[in-house]
Ligand binder design. Structure first.
Ligand code: ATP
Ligand code: MG
Length: 313
């Protein structure tokens, strides 16, 4: 059986309950919710019953506990999460604007997960995994980038595969070394999962069709473009396939892309057809937006199947 690994930030998310522009005035909040893009991704993998692990770091505080407890309950191997009693678990404050865009205040680089690094124990964990998923948002500090690149090399040398979701936030794109790291990861990627303008991050091409062709020619096996409420499209050397999104009420879009990616990658690794993998992933993203909280909308396989069949009748 495949075991899927990710490395990166574990955070709590604190959400403003009223829409508005950022955090310059006092505003009501709700949280902490377990969060962090790679953590949401791996929680969704675990919920599908797929073997999964995350390498990260939390503080010896309640925010760390919230995450450890959730990931463990959902079946994720948490042996690679170091608990640093002298550090504080990362956090993200998020507030939605009226137009649906989001403002964030992140504490990542200066939190416990700012010092993730591979040691002998976590390197052994990497060796037990056959697939590595990279979130672009995790390339926020040199030691984390180094750990991710080392893990990619270990997994690929053993015949494994790599998926990559750029998952960029304006707030973190200009981290030192971020662009070079993104380029290095892309060169080793088998399954690329961009949304919106992320498709063009490292292509010469200016149209979607040309960008896809350029990426597939560079050695990427599968490109899946996420399109929010519009659904998603799949591209490989033989197949082009677009599926519409499921019609749902969007309560909280945070985590949709991460749940989508987790469900797509898990299905792809287990030999699902492009149509089946894309449909399950669309269902996973749609269910995620129906529920408030970044990780709260992750689904079991049975929930995805029930959701899809209820919409086919
Ligand atoms: P994130 O903000 O989590 O990084 P993303 O930009 O990576 O999101 P999106 O395209 O927003 O990814 O969402 C991923 C997938 O989730 C979509 O391709 C779609 O399948 C599903 N999805 C997202 N929003 C909706 C919605 N409003 N209705 C139905 N499905 C949705
Ligand atoms: Mg995303």
């Amino acid at each position: 059986m495949h075991k899927i690994l990710t490395i990166g930030e574990i955070l709590v998310e604190i959400i403003a309950t009223e829409k508005g522009d950022g955090f310059r005035q006092a505003t009501p909040l709700i949280g902490p919710f377990p969060s962090g893009a790679p953590a949401i991704f791996i929680d969704q993998v675990g919920k599908l019953g797929q073997a999964s692990a995350i390498i990260s770091r939390v503080g010896g505080d309640d925010f760390g506990h919230v995450n450890l407890a959730r990931l463990e309950a959902d079946g994720v191997d948490i042996s690679g999460i170091a608990v640093d009693p002298l550090a504080t678990t990362g956090s993200a404050f998020v507030r939605y604007r009226e137009d649906g865009s989001r403002a964030f205040v992140f504490n990542i680089r200066d939190s416990a997960c700012g010092t993730i690094r591979l040691d002998d124990k976590s390197t052994a964990l990497v060796r037990s995994c056959s697939h590595m998923h990279v979130m672009g948002s995790s390339l926020y500090a040199p030691s984390v980038v180094e750990s991710i690149l080392a893990a990619i090399d270990i997994v690929k040398a053993a015949g494994g595969t790599v998926s990559f979701d750029p998952n960029l936030r304006a707030e973190i794109l200009e981290s030192p070394g971020m662009r070079e790291a993104l380029r290095t990861v892309l060169a080793k990627t088998d399954v690329f999962l961009p949304s919106g303008a992320e498709l063009f991050l490292f292509t010469q091409a200016k149209t979607e069709a040309d960008a896809i062709a350029e990426l597939l020619a560079s050695g990427i096996k599968v490109v899946v473009v996420k399109r929010g409420a519009e659904g998603a499209s799949y591209f490989d050397a033989q197949t082009t396939l677009a599926l519409p999104g499921f019609a749902v009420e969007e309560i909280d879009p945070t985590g949709a892309g991460d749940c989508f990616g987790a469900t797509f990658v898990t299905s792809w690794l287990n030999g699902a057809s492009p149509r089946e993998a894309l449909e399950l992933a669309n269902a996973s993203g749609a269910r995620a937006v129906m529920i408030s909280g970044p990780m709260e909308g992750a689904s079991t396989r049975a929930e995805l199947e029930a959701f899809i069949s209820a919409r086919k009748d």
